[in-house]
Design a protein around this ligand. Structure first.
Ligand SMILES: Nc1ncnc2c1ncn2[C@@H]1O[C@H](COP(=O)(O)OP(=O)(O)OP(=O)(O)O)[C@@H](O)[C@H]1O
Length: 374
Protein backbone atom coordinates (compact mmCIF):
# COMPACT_ATOMS: atom_id res chain seq x y z
CA UNK A 1 0.00 0.00 0.00
CA UNK A 2 1.12 3.56 -0.38
CA UNK A 3 0.02 7.09 0.36
CA UNK A 4 -0.65 9.31 -2.61
CA UNK A 5 -1.46 12.49 -0.78
CA UNK A 6 -1.42 13.83 2.77
CA UNK A 7 -3.35 16.91 3.81
CA UNK A 8 -2.94 18.50 7.25
CA UNK A 9 -4.99 21.53 8.30
CA UNK A 10 -4.32 23.25 11.63
CA UNK A 11 -2.37 20.19 12.72
CA UNK A 12 0.58 21.00 15.07
CA UNK A 13 2.55 23.81 13.37
CA UNK A 14 0.92 23.42 9.91
CA UNK A 15 -1.68 25.91 8.63
CA UNK A 16 -2.45 23.79 5.63
CA UNK A 17 -0.12 21.47 3.75
CA UNK A 18 -1.02 19.22 0.85
CA UNK A 19 1.78 16.83 -0.03
CA UNK A 20 1.84 14.47 -3.00
CA UNK A 21 4.15 11.58 -2.18
CA UNK A 22 6.37 9.34 -4.25
CA UNK A 23 5.29 5.72 -4.08
CA UNK A 24 8.84 4.66 -3.20
CA UNK A 25 10.97 7.04 -1.25
CA UNK A 26 10.30 10.46 0.27
CA UNK A 27 12.94 12.46 2.11
CA UNK A 28 11.97 15.40 4.33
CA UNK A 29 14.87 17.65 5.24
CA UNK A 30 14.84 20.52 7.71
CA UNK A 31 16.40 21.99 10.81
CA UNK A 32 15.19 21.04 14.30
CA UNK A 33 11.69 22.06 15.28
CA UNK A 34 10.42 22.85 11.76
CA UNK A 35 7.67 20.22 11.48
CA UNK A 36 9.26 17.02 10.14
CA UNK A 37 8.13 14.80 13.01
CA UNK A 38 4.75 16.54 13.02
CA UNK A 39 4.25 15.32 9.46
CA UNK A 40 5.09 11.70 10.39
CA UNK A 41 2.94 12.01 13.49
CA UNK A 42 -0.09 12.90 11.36
CA UNK A 43 0.40 9.75 9.27
CA UNK A 44 1.07 7.53 12.27
CA UNK A 45 -2.07 8.87 13.92
CA UNK A 46 -4.12 7.62 10.97
CA UNK A 47 -2.55 4.15 11.20
CA UNK A 48 -2.90 3.61 14.94
CA UNK A 49 -5.56 6.24 15.91
CA UNK A 50 -3.02 7.55 18.42
CA UNK A 51 -0.08 9.85 18.26
CA UNK A 52 3.21 8.35 19.38
CA UNK A 53 3.95 11.57 21.25
CA UNK A 54 0.73 12.64 22.87
CA UNK A 55 -2.54 11.08 23.90
CA UNK A 56 -4.21 14.46 24.22
CA UNK A 57 -6.12 15.55 21.10
CA UNK A 58 -5.90 19.23 21.91
CA UNK A 59 -2.08 19.13 21.76
CA UNK A 60 -2.31 18.08 18.13
CA UNK A 61 -4.47 21.03 17.14
CA UNK A 62 -2.59 24.13 16.08
CA UNK A 63 -2.36 26.63 18.91
CA UNK A 64 -5.27 29.08 18.98
CA UNK A 65 -7.29 27.02 16.48
CA UNK A 66 -10.45 25.10 17.33
CA UNK A 67 -10.19 22.08 15.11
CA UNK A 68 -7.83 20.25 12.88
CA UNK A 69 -8.04 17.84 9.96
CA UNK A 70 -5.74 15.10 8.68
CA UNK A 71 -6.76 13.56 5.39
CA UNK A 72 -5.00 10.84 3.40
CA UNK A 73 -5.44 9.42 -0.06
CA UNK A 74 -4.37 5.82 0.21
CA UNK A 75 -3.80 3.27 -2.53
CA UNK A 76 -4.35 -0.32 -1.46
CA UNK A 77 -4.57 -3.44 -3.60
CA UNK A 78 -8.33 -3.27 -3.56
CA UNK A 79 -8.36 0.35 -4.70
CA UNK A 80 -8.06 3.96 -3.59
CA UNK A 81 -9.56 5.28 -0.42
CA UNK A 82 -9.84 8.54 1.44
CA UNK A 83 -9.30 8.50 5.20
CA UNK A 84 -9.92 11.54 7.37
CA UNK A 85 -9.69 12.43 11.04
CA UNK A 86 -11.21 15.61 12.44
CA UNK A 87 -9.99 16.66 15.86
CA UNK A 88 -11.54 19.19 18.18
CA UNK A 89 -11.74 19.67 21.92
CA UNK A 90 -14.52 17.11 22.20
CA UNK A 91 -12.44 14.35 20.56
CA UNK A 92 -11.84 12.73 17.18
CA UNK A 93 -14.13 11.86 14.31
CA UNK A 94 -13.30 9.49 11.49
CA UNK A 95 -14.46 9.47 7.89
CA UNK A 96 -13.74 6.82 5.32
CA UNK A 97 -14.55 7.81 1.77
CA UNK A 98 -16.58 10.70 3.23
CA UNK A 99 -18.73 8.43 5.41
CA UNK A 100 -18.50 9.05 9.11
CA UNK A 101 -17.71 6.04 11.31
CA UNK A 102 -19.24 5.61 14.72
CA UNK A 103 -16.02 4.67 16.52
CA UNK A 104 -12.46 5.91 16.18
CA UNK A 105 -11.18 2.33 16.53
CA UNK A 106 -12.87 1.43 13.24
CA UNK A 107 -10.09 3.32 11.49
CA UNK A 108 -7.61 0.57 12.46
CA UNK A 109 -6.57 -1.70 9.63
CA UNK A 110 -6.94 0.70 6.68
CA UNK A 111 -3.50 2.28 6.74
CA UNK A 112 -0.70 0.11 8.11
CA UNK A 113 2.46 1.91 9.12
CA UNK A 114 5.65 1.07 10.94
CA UNK A 115 7.42 3.93 12.66
CA UNK A 116 11.08 3.77 13.61
CA UNK A 117 12.43 6.63 15.66
CA UNK A 118 15.30 7.14 18.12
CA UNK A 119 12.70 6.63 20.84
CA UNK A 120 12.45 2.99 19.82
CA UNK A 121 15.51 2.16 21.86
CA UNK A 122 13.06 2.31 24.74
CA UNK A 123 11.51 -0.80 23.34
CA UNK A 124 14.55 -2.78 24.38
CA UNK A 125 15.92 -0.98 27.39
CA UNK A 126 12.99 0.48 29.30
CA UNK A 127 10.07 -0.99 31.23
CA UNK A 128 7.61 -3.66 30.01
CA UNK A 129 4.91 -1.12 29.07
CA UNK A 130 6.86 -0.18 25.90
CA UNK A 131 7.12 -3.81 24.78
CA UNK A 132 3.45 -4.47 25.49
CA UNK A 133 2.55 -1.38 23.50
CA UNK A 134 4.74 -2.56 20.63
CA UNK A 135 3.09 -5.95 20.39
CA UNK A 136 -0.42 -4.60 20.96
CA UNK A 137 -0.09 -1.89 18.31
CA UNK A 138 1.28 -4.31 15.83
CA UNK A 139 -1.55 -6.79 16.29
CA UNK A 140 -4.23 -4.08 16.39
CA UNK A 141 -3.14 -2.78 13.01
CA UNK A 142 -3.83 -6.13 11.40
CA UNK A 143 -6.75 -7.23 13.58
CA UNK A 144 -9.54 -4.85 14.48
CA UNK A 145 -10.95 -7.60 16.71
CA UNK A 146 -7.78 -7.55 18.81
CA UNK A 147 -8.09 -3.76 19.23
CA UNK A 148 -11.62 -4.31 20.41
CA UNK A 149 -10.45 -6.98 22.92
CA UNK A 150 -7.85 -4.57 24.32
CA UNK A 151 -10.45 -1.84 24.85
CA UNK A 152 -12.75 -4.28 26.58
CA UNK A 153 -9.96 -5.63 28.78
CA UNK A 154 -8.98 -2.09 29.79
CA UNK A 155 -12.53 -1.32 30.77
CA UNK A 156 -12.90 -4.52 32.84
CA UNK A 157 -9.53 -3.95 34.49
CA UNK A 158 -10.49 -0.41 35.56
CA UNK A 159 -13.79 -1.59 37.03
CA UNK A 160 -12.11 -4.49 38.78
CA UNK A 161 -9.38 -2.27 40.25
CA UNK A 162 -12.01 0.17 41.53
CA UNK A 163 -13.82 -2.69 43.20
CA UNK A 164 -10.60 -4.04 44.75
CA UNK A 165 -9.96 -0.60 46.22
CA UNK A 166 -13.45 -0.34 47.60
CA UNK A 167 -13.21 -3.82 49.18
CA UNK A 168 -9.91 -2.82 50.74
CA UNK A 169 -11.52 0.24 52.25
CA UNK A 170 -14.68 -1.42 53.48
CA UNK A 171 -14.78 -5.20 53.25
CA UNK A 172 -18.25 -6.52 52.47
CA UNK A 173 -19.53 -9.70 50.91
CA UNK A 174 -21.60 -8.18 48.11
CA UNK A 175 -18.45 -6.60 46.71
CA UNK A 176 -16.65 -9.94 46.96
CA UNK A 177 -19.44 -11.53 44.89
CA UNK A 178 -19.15 -8.74 42.35
CA UNK A 179 -15.44 -9.43 42.18
CA UNK A 180 -16.11 -12.98 40.99
CA UNK A 181 -18.21 -11.55 38.15
CA UNK A 182 -15.34 -9.31 37.07
CA UNK A 183 -12.91 -12.23 37.45
CA UNK A 184 -14.88 -14.22 34.90
CA UNK A 185 -14.82 -11.37 32.40
CA UNK A 186 -11.17 -10.55 32.97
CA UNK A 187 -10.18 -14.20 32.47
CA UNK A 188 -12.34 -14.59 29.34
CA UNK A 189 -10.95 -11.54 27.53
CA UNK A 190 -7.47 -11.78 29.06
CA UNK A 191 -6.90 -15.33 27.82
CA UNK A 192 -7.95 -14.38 24.29
CA UNK A 193 -5.39 -11.54 24.35
CA UNK A 194 -2.62 -13.80 25.66
CA UNK A 195 -3.30 -16.47 23.04
CA UNK A 196 -3.21 -13.94 20.21
CA UNK A 197 0.03 -12.44 21.52
CA UNK A 198 1.63 -15.89 21.75
CA UNK A 199 0.57 -16.70 18.20
CA UNK A 200 2.01 -13.44 16.84
CA UNK A 201 5.24 -13.71 18.84
CA UNK A 202 5.82 -17.18 17.41
CA UNK A 203 5.83 -15.63 13.92
CA UNK A 204 7.63 -12.48 14.90
CA UNK A 205 10.52 -14.20 16.60
CA UNK A 206 11.44 -16.08 13.45
CA UNK A 207 11.33 -12.89 11.37
CA UNK A 208 13.27 -10.90 13.98
CA UNK A 209 15.94 -13.60 14.24
CA UNK A 210 16.45 -13.46 10.48
CA UNK A 211 16.70 -9.66 10.50
CA UNK A 212 19.17 -9.69 13.37
CA UNK A 213 21.35 -12.20 11.54
CA UNK A 214 21.32 -10.03 8.43
CA UNK A 215 22.22 -6.85 10.30
CA UNK A 216 25.05 -8.51 12.26
CA UNK A 217 26.30 -10.75 9.46
CA UNK A 218 25.28 -13.84 11.47
CA UNK A 219 27.08 -12.86 14.67
CA UNK A 220 24.00 -12.35 16.82
CA UNK A 221 21.06 -14.66 17.52
CA UNK A 222 18.02 -12.76 18.74
CA UNK A 223 15.49 -14.59 20.87
CA UNK A 224 12.08 -13.30 21.91
CA UNK A 225 10.10 -14.93 24.71
CA UNK A 226 6.75 -14.04 26.17
CA UNK A 227 6.98 -13.61 29.92
CA UNK A 228 3.61 -14.36 31.40
CA UNK A 229 2.43 -13.24 34.82
CA UNK A 230 0.23 -16.32 35.39
CA UNK A 231 1.67 -19.10 37.55
CA UNK A 232 1.78 -22.70 36.27
CA UNK A 233 1.40 -21.67 32.64
CA UNK A 234 2.47 -24.19 30.04
CA UNK A 235 2.52 -23.71 26.29
CA UNK A 236 -0.15 -25.25 24.09
CA UNK A 237 -3.03 -24.61 26.48
CA UNK A 238 -6.35 -24.16 24.69
CA UNK A 239 -8.55 -21.14 25.33
CA UNK A 240 -10.77 -22.86 27.91
CA UNK A 241 -7.78 -24.26 29.82
CA UNK A 242 -6.02 -20.91 29.83
CA UNK A 243 -9.16 -19.22 31.10
CA UNK A 244 -9.39 -21.73 33.97
CA UNK A 245 -5.75 -21.21 34.83
CA UNK A 246 -6.32 -17.43 34.80
CA UNK A 247 -9.28 -17.85 37.19
CA UNK A 248 -7.26 -20.13 39.52
CA UNK A 249 -4.52 -17.53 39.58
CA UNK A 250 -7.01 -14.78 40.44
CA UNK A 251 -8.37 -16.83 43.33
CA UNK A 252 -4.92 -17.52 44.71
CA UNK A 253 -3.93 -13.83 44.44
CA UNK A 254 -7.16 -12.51 45.86
CA UNK A 255 -5.88 -11.49 49.31
CA UNK A 256 -2.80 -9.88 47.81
CA UNK A 257 -4.89 -7.99 45.25
CA UNK A 258 -7.32 -6.69 47.87
CA UNK A 259 -4.40 -5.56 50.01
CA UNK A 260 -2.85 -3.72 47.08
CA UNK A 261 -6.07 -2.49 45.51
CA UNK A 262 -5.19 -3.52 41.95
CA UNK A 263 -4.97 -6.53 39.64
CA UNK A 264 -1.50 -8.08 39.81
CA UNK A 265 -1.78 -10.68 37.03
CA UNK A 266 -2.98 -10.66 33.43
CA UNK A 267 -1.76 -9.49 30.03
CA UNK A 268 -1.36 -5.94 31.37
CA UNK A 269 1.52 -7.28 33.52
CA UNK A 270 3.20 -9.51 30.94
CA UNK A 271 6.43 -8.71 29.14
CA UNK A 272 8.65 -9.69 26.24
CA UNK A 273 12.14 -10.88 27.05
CA UNK A 274 14.73 -10.11 24.39
CA UNK A 275 17.98 -12.03 24.37
CA UNK A 276 21.02 -11.93 22.16
CA UNK A 277 23.27 -14.97 22.20
CA UNK A 278 21.38 -16.02 25.35
CA UNK A 279 22.11 -12.75 27.17
CA UNK A 280 19.28 -10.57 28.45
CA UNK A 281 19.51 -7.48 26.23
CA UNK A 282 17.68 -5.17 28.56
CA UNK A 283 20.03 -5.80 31.45
CA UNK A 284 23.34 -6.49 29.74
CA UNK A 285 23.13 -5.40 26.10
CA UNK A 286 25.35 -2.61 24.81
CA UNK A 287 23.67 0.43 23.28
CA UNK A 288 24.64 -0.86 19.82
CA UNK A 289 23.15 -4.31 20.48
CA UNK A 290 19.98 -2.75 21.82
CA UNK A 291 19.72 -0.52 18.77
CA UNK A 292 20.24 -3.47 16.43
CA UNK A 293 17.54 -5.47 18.18
CA UNK A 294 15.12 -2.54 17.98
CA UNK A 295 15.81 -2.29 14.26
CA UNK A 296 15.44 -6.06 13.82
CA UNK A 297 12.06 -5.92 15.55
CA UNK A 298 10.90 -3.12 13.28
CA UNK A 299 12.03 -4.98 10.16
CA UNK A 300 10.25 -8.07 11.47
CA UNK A 301 7.15 -5.93 11.95
CA UNK A 302 7.23 -4.95 8.26
CA UNK A 303 7.40 -8.58 7.16
CA UNK A 304 4.78 -9.65 9.68
CA UNK A 305 2.29 -7.09 8.41
CA UNK A 306 3.02 -8.10 4.84
CA UNK A 307 2.31 -11.72 5.71
CA UNK A 308 -0.93 -10.84 7.47
CA UNK A 309 -2.36 -8.34 5.01
CA UNK A 310 -0.63 -9.25 1.73
CA UNK A 311 0.82 -5.73 1.44
CA UNK A 312 3.81 -3.97 2.92
CA UNK A 313 2.93 -1.17 5.33
CA UNK A 314 4.23 2.36 4.90
CA UNK A 315 7.57 2.84 6.67
CA UNK A 316 8.20 6.03 8.64
CA UNK A 317 11.81 6.69 9.63
CA UNK A 318 12.13 9.63 11.97
CA UNK A 319 15.68 10.89 12.06
CA UNK A 320 17.21 7.44 12.43
CA UNK A 321 19.85 7.37 9.72
CA UNK A 322 22.25 9.55 11.69
CA UNK A 323 21.98 7.07 14.59
CA UNK A 324 22.83 3.97 12.58
CA UNK A 325 26.26 2.77 11.56
CA UNK A 326 27.01 1.64 8.02
CA UNK A 327 26.10 -2.02 8.51
CA UNK A 328 22.70 -1.24 10.01
CA UNK A 329 22.03 1.49 7.45
CA UNK A 330 22.75 -0.95 4.64
CA UNK A 331 20.50 -3.63 6.16
CA UNK A 332 17.69 -1.12 6.38
CA UNK A 333 18.16 0.09 2.82
CA UNK A 334 18.20 -3.48 1.52
CA UNK A 335 14.87 -4.13 3.09
CA UNK A 336 13.27 -0.98 1.76
CA UNK A 337 14.69 -1.40 -1.77
CA UNK A 338 11.92 -0.29 -4.06
CA UNK A 339 9.15 -2.29 -2.50
CA UNK A 340 8.13 -0.31 0.58
CA UNK A 341 6.91 3.26 0.53
CA UNK A 342 9.25 5.03 2.91
CA UNK A 343 9.16 8.48 4.42
CA UNK A 344 12.43 9.60 5.95
CA UNK A 345 13.15 12.73 7.96
CA UNK A 346 16.65 14.09 8.51
CA UNK A 347 18.31 17.38 9.35
CA UNK A 348 20.56 17.08 6.30
CA UNK A 349 21.06 14.71 3.41
CA UNK A 350 24.56 13.66 4.46
CA UNK A 351 23.68 10.28 5.93
CA UNK A 352 21.36 9.43 3.09
CA UNK A 353 23.97 9.13 0.37
CA UNK A 354 23.70 5.29 0.31
CA UNK A 355 20.14 5.51 -0.92
CA UNK A 356 19.97 4.50 -4.55
CA UNK A 357 16.29 4.06 -5.15
CA UNK A 358 15.07 4.53 -8.67
CA UNK A 359 12.69 7.24 -7.75
CA UNK A 360 12.46 9.57 -4.81
CA UNK A 361 11.17 12.99 -3.85
CA UNK A 362 12.96 15.45 -1.62
CA UNK A 363 11.09 18.06 0.41
CA UNK A 364 12.29 20.98 2.49
CA UNK A 365 10.50 21.62 5.78
CA UNK A 366 10.68 25.09 7.26
CA UNK A 367 8.51 26.73 9.90
CA UNK A 368 5.53 24.51 9.24
CA UNK A 369 5.73 24.86 5.45
CA UNK A 370 6.75 21.97 3.21
CA UNK A 371 7.92 22.36 -0.34
CA UNK A 372 9.14 19.77 -2.79
CA UNK A 373 12.64 20.57 -3.99
CA UNK A 374 13.42 17.61 -6.24
N1 LIG B 1 -0.10 22.28 18.73
C1 LIG B 1 0.88 22.98 18.14
N2 LIG B 1 0.61 24.15 17.50
C2 LIG B 1 1.59 24.86 16.89
N3 LIG B 1 2.88 24.49 16.87
C3 LIG B 1 3.21 23.35 17.48
C4 LIG B 1 2.23 22.54 18.15
N4 LIG B 1 2.85 21.44 18.64
C5 LIG B 1 4.16 21.57 18.32
N5 LIG B 1 4.38 22.71 17.62
C6 LIG B 1 5.66 23.19 17.08
O1 LIG B 1 6.15 22.22 16.18
C7 LIG B 1 7.57 22.28 16.19
C8 LIG B 1 8.15 20.89 16.37
O2 LIG B 1 8.10 20.27 15.16
P1 LIG B 1 8.68 18.79 14.98
O3 LIG B 1 8.56 18.04 16.26
O4 LIG B 1 8.03 18.26 13.79
O5 LIG B 1 10.21 19.10 14.77
P2 LIG B 1 11.21 18.41 13.75
O6 LIG B 1 11.24 19.18 12.49
O7 LIG B 1 10.93 16.97 13.68
O8 LIG B 1 12.56 18.69 14.51
P3 LIG B 1 13.57 17.70 15.26
O9 LIG B 1 14.59 17.37 14.25
O10 LIG B 1 14.08 18.58 16.35
O11 LIG B 1 12.78 16.55 15.79
C9 LIG B 1 8.01 23.12 17.34
O12 LIG B 1 8.47 24.34 16.83
C10 LIG B 1 6.74 23.32 18.14
O13 LIG B 1 6.74 24.58 18.73
Amino acid sequence: MFLERVLCRNFRNFDEIIIDLNKNLNIFLGQNGQGKTNFLEAIYLMATTNSHRSSISSELIKWEEEESLVQLLLKRREGKMKLAMRLDNSGRKIEINDNQLSKVSELLGYLNAVLFSPEDLKLVKEGPAHRREFIDLEISQVSRYYGHLLNKYDHILKQRNNLLKSIRENRNNTSQEMLSVWDQQLATIGSKIILKRLEVIDKLKILARLSQRKITAGREELEIEYEISLNNFSKNLGEAELRNLFLDNLVSKRDQEIKRGYTVIGPHRDDLILKVNEMDLRKYGSQGQQRTAALALKLAELEFMKSETGEYPVLLLDDVFSELDNLRRKALLNVIADKIQTIITATDGENLTGIKNNSYNIYQVEKGKIKRVS
